[in-house]
Design a binder for this molecule. Structure first.
Ligand code: CA
Length: 708
C-alpha cells in the first residue's frame, strides 16, 4: 500500500542473469518429493510434507547455539493486513504469499526478489472475508506455483518467472466466497476449498488437474436442497447426509461446511483427509429446527485421492451450533498406542478437545480437553459423540461459554515432534456470550448466525470485566497425544498467538501476539532465544538448509480473525507493513523499526448529531463489530472513535452508504442499513469518542433477561 521495499528495489537492480540461473528447472516438486519431506530436511508443501507434521530434522541450529541466531535478511511487503503464510523452499527459492493473495519468490540465501505476482483482487472482496484478507501460502508442483485468491480463483503460475499459466474460478466471486487456504497437490491434482460459512456458503473440496486446470472431482460437504450436483459426493449425501438436515433456514442460506484449512494425505492408504467448517446459520435451532446431526459440517472426511469417493467421516460436533469447526490443521503420525503401532490423525479443533483418530477407518481412539471447556464434559469413546452440557444449546437467555467462536485453537499450525512425541499447540481461551437471535432474518451477502451479537457488547460491571479478562488467555501447550495430557505449557499475555515449528535441534519456535519470536527447549519449554519483530506474529515459522547453513523463516504481521474481531484484547498497535524475516546463526542484518504515526486527537467541538445513540449502539453491534470491535473498541480496521469521518453526516455517509472506500473492503451498507440507522451509529460513535458511558445498559439488561 505505501512502501516499496528496499530489498525489492535492490533485487530489480541486481538484474535477470542471476535470477535465471537460480530458477532454471524451478519448482521441480512431485509426490515422491513431498512424501520424502515428511522425514527429510526439505519444506516443499504447506505443512512441510503430506503428513503436515511441521517437524524438521535439521539440527545445525539447536538448543546449544540458538542464542546466536540472528537476522540473515528480510523483505517488507506492500500490505499492512494479516500475514498468515508459511513459505516453501524449493531448490534455493523461497515462495510465500501475503495478504490480498499476492505471491513472492525470493532467493532463499540472499533475499533477492526473483519475481512477484499480484492477482489484483477487487478490494470490495475484503467485505466477504470474515477474518481478514489473509492467505496461508502456495503449493509447488512440476514447475508451477499455485495460489488460491481472495476472489475465489485458483491460479497456476510458472515457477520460473511467475507468469500466469492457467486460472479457474473455484467459487462464484459474485457470492461471498473467498479463499485463504494454501492449496495442496496430490497425484497431479491441486486440492482447494473455500471460505464463507458465516455468510451462507456451501462447502466443497475441488481437485483440479495440475497441468491444465480442468476440474477432476468435487466433493460437496452438505446436501444440495435442490437435488444432486452431478458430483462424486451425490451418493453419500443422499445415503447418509440428507436425512440429518430436517426443515430449517439452511435450505435458503446455504448450510455451511466450507473447507478452508486442513488437508492432509497418506500416500500408503491413498486417502485425502479434509476438515469442514461450522453450519450456517451457527444456531442449529434456526438452521435445522434444532434437529439432526447435519452431516458433514464440523467433520473430518476421508476420500480416495483419484476419484474423491467417500471412504469415512468423523463428525467432531454433531448438530454444531457454536462455530466449532473441524477445519483446524491435521497432523498424521504413527504413534504407539497400547503397545501397538497405530496410524493416527490428530486434531485440536475449535471446541477445545484434542482428538486422536485411527486414520485407516475414522474410529475415535481418544479425546481430552486441552483448555477449559464448558460446552461438554467429555467425548464418549464408544459412540464418538460429545457429552454435551445441558445448557450448551443456548436459547433466549445469554449463556457464557468456552471456547468462543475464535476457538481454543484456530488455523495457526501446530507441530508434532517424533523426537519428543509431543504436539505443540498454539492454544487460547476466551468466553463468548451465546444467545439465540429471536428475529433471525436471512441477509444475503451478510453474516447469518442466528446468534445475537449484541450479547457480547453489553456494558459490564468492573467485576464482570475482571472475570472476563481472567478467562482470556493464550498458551503454547506441549501435549502428549498418547496419554492425552500436557507436558509443559508457556503462558502468553494475549490470545491469538502464532503457528509453531519443532526441529531436530530440540527446539520449538513460536511467535506471539505481543511481537516476540521465541525459541524453546522442545523437551521442557525453557525459553532459549527471543527476537522482537516490532509487529504481532500469527504465521508459523519454517526452516530449510542450503549449502550446510540452516535458515528459519517467518512471516510477520498481525491480523486474521482475532485481530479483526477482538482488537481491544490485543496490543494496541496500528496496522504495520508485513515482513518476511529469515534467520541464521550469526546473522547480522538489521530490520529498521516500524514508523508508528499516532493520529491526532479528534476535535469534536461543535460536532452535532440528530441520531439516537442507544439505537446506534444496537445497530453498530449487530452490523459493524465483527470488523470494528464490540462497542467500537477496535483500533485495527480503523478506530472509528478517532476517525474524522464521524464529524459530519456527509463524510460518514460517503463511506457507509456511498461506499467510497469499497476498494479497502469497506463496501456500502445501503442494503443492510436505513439512513436513520447510519446517523444513529454516528451518534453512538461520537458518544464513544467523547468517552461517554455505553448507552446500551438498558438494552443489554433487557436482552440479558431474555425479553423480546
Ligand atoms: Ca466459521
Amino acid at each position: 500500500m505505501r512502501i516499496i521495499k528496499l530489498a525489492l528495489a535492490m533485487a530489480l537492480v541486481a538484474g535477470l542473469a542471476a535470477c535465471q540461473k537460480t530458477t532454471a528447472g524451478a519448482g521441480n516438486v512431485d509426490g515422491a518429493r513431498i512424501a520424502a519431506a515428511d522425514t527429510n530436511g526439505e519444506w516443499v508443501s504447506y505443512g512441510k510434507g503430506y503428513s503436515e507434521q511441521r517437524f524438521s530434522p535439521l539440527d545445525k541450529v539447536n538448543a546449544t547455539n540458538v542464542g546466536q541466531l540472528g537476522l540473515a535478511w528480510y523483505a517488507q511487503f506492500d500490505t499492512d493486513r494479516g500475514q498468515e503464510a508459511t513459505p516453501l523452499e524449493v531448490d534455493g527459492v523461497l515462495y510465500t504469499t501475503t495478504a490480498w493473495s499476492k505471491v513472492f519468490a525470493f532467493d532463499a540465501v540472499t533475499g533477492k526478489l526473483l519475481w512477484s505476482y499480484d492477482p489484483k483482487v477487487d478490494g470490495k472482496k475484503g467485505f466477504d472475508a470474515c477474518c481478514d484478507v489473509v492467505n496461508r501460502g502456495v503449493a509447488v508442483w512440476k514447475g508451477k506455483v499455485y495460489v488460491g485468491t481472495m476472489d475465489a480463483r485458483l491460479v497456476a503460475l510458472d515457477a520460473k518467472d511467475g507468469h500466469v499459466v492457467w486460472q479457474t474460478q473455484v467459487a462464484d466471486a459474485a457470492k461471498p466466497y473467498t479463499i485463504t487456504q494454501a492449496p495442496r497437490v496430490v497425484k497431479d491434482k491441486v486440492l482447494i476449498g473455500e471460505s464463507g460459512a458465516e455468510y451462507g456458503g456451501r462447502g466443497y473440496l475441488s481437485a483440479y488437474d495440475a497441468a491444465s486446470g480442468k476440474l477432476v472431482w468435487r466433493f460437496y460437504t452438505v446436501p444440495n436442497p435442490n437435488g444432486a450436483d452431478g458430483a462424486v459426493s451425490d451418493k453419500v449425501l443422499k445415503d447418509k447426509a440428507l436425512a440429518t438436515w430436517p426443515e430449517g433456514s439452511w435450505k435458503m442460506v446455504g448450510g455451511g461446511g466450507t473447507v478452508w484449512d486442513a488437508i492432509a494425505y497418506d500416500p500408503a492408504l491413498d486417502l485425502i483427509y479434509f476438515g469442514t467448517d461450522n453450519g450456517t446459520p451457527w444456531n442449529q435451532q434456526v438452521r435445522s429446527g434444532g434437529k439432526g446431526d447435519n452431516l458433514f459440517i464440523s467433520s473430518i472426511i476421508a476420500v480416495k485421492a483419484d476419484t474423491g469417493e467417500y471412504v469415512w467421516h468423523y463428525q467432531v460436533n454433531p448438530g454444531e451450533s457454536w462455530d466449532y469447526s473441524a477445519v483446524q490443521p491435521f497432523i498424521l503420525a504413527d504413534l504407539t498406542i497400547a503397545g501397538k503401532p497405530t496410524k493416527v490423525l490428530m486434531q485440536a479443533p475449535k471446541n477445545g478437545f484434542f482428538y486422536v483418530l485411527d486414520r485407516t477407518n475414522g474410529k475415535l481412539l481418544s479425546a481430552k480437553a486441552f483448555v477449559p471447556v464448558t460446552w461438554a464434559s467429555s467425548i464418549d469413546i464408544a459412540t464418538g459423540r460429545p457429552v454435551e452440557n445441558p445448557s450448551a444449546r443456548y436459547k433466549s437467555d445469554i449463556d457464557l461459554q468456552m471456547p468462543a467462536p475464535l476457538g481454543a485453537h484456530n488455523w495457526h499450525p501446530m507441530s508434532f515432534s517424533p523426537k519428543t512425541g509431543l504436539v505443540y499447540i498454539p492454544a487460547q481461551s476466551m468466553p463468548f456470550a451465546y444467545q439465540a437471535d429471536p428475529k433471525f432474518i436471512y441477509k444475503p451477502g451478510g453474516w447469518n448466525l442466528g446468534v445475537s451479537m449484541l450479547a457480547n457488547a453489553g456494558p459490564m460491571t468492573p467485576e464482570q470485566t475482571k472475570a472476563l479478562a481472567a478467562n482470556i488467555k493464550g498458551w503454547l501447550i506441549a501435549w502428549d497425544p498418547v496419554n492425552q495430557k500436557p507436558v509443559w505449557t508457556v503462558n502468553r499475555p494475549y490470545f491469538w498467538n502464532a503457528g509453531v515449528l519443532s526441529t531436530g535441534g530440540n527446539l520449538v519456535f513460536q511467535g506471539a501476539a505481543e511481537g516476540q519470536f521465541y525459541a524453546y527447549d522442545a523437551a521442557n519449554g525453557k525459553q532459549l532465544w527471543a527476537y522482537a519483530t516490532g509487529n504481532g506474529v500469527i504465521a508459523a515459522p519454517m526452516t530449510y538448509e542450503i549449502k550446510g547453513e540452516q535458515y528459519v523463516a517467518l512471516m510477520v504481521g498481525s491480523g486474521g480473525g482475532g485481530q479483526v474481531s477482538a482488537p481491544s484484547l490485543l496490543p494496541a498497535r496500528p496496522r504495520l507493513p508485513g515482513r518476511l524475516l529469515v534467520f541464521k546463526l550469526g546473522g547480522a542484518a538489521k530490520a529498521p523499526p516500524f514508523k508508528i504515526v499516532e493520529p491526532p486527537p479528534l476535535n469534536l467541538t461543535g460536532v452535532k448529531t440528530t441520531g439516537d445513540k442507544t439505537h446506534g449502539y444496537v445497530v453498530f453491534n449487530d452490523n459493524c463489530q465483527v470488523c470494528h470491535g464490540a462497542n467500537a473498541t477496535g483500533s485495527w480496521l480503523p478506530d472509528l472513535k478517532r476517525s474524522i469521518l464521524i464529524t459530519t453526516p456527509d463524510d460518514f455517509n460517503s463511506v457507509v452508504i456511498q461506499g467510497v472506500r469499497a476498494h479497502n473492503g469497506m463496501v456500502s451498507f445501503s442494503k443492510f442499513l436505513k439512513p436513520q440507522d447510519v446517523e444513529d451509529v454516528r451518534a453512538f460513535l461520537i458518544s464513544q469518542a467523547k468517552g461517554e458511558p455505553l448507552p446500551g445498559a438498558a438494552v443489554a439488561a433487557k436482552a440479558a433477561s431474555g425479553a423480546k
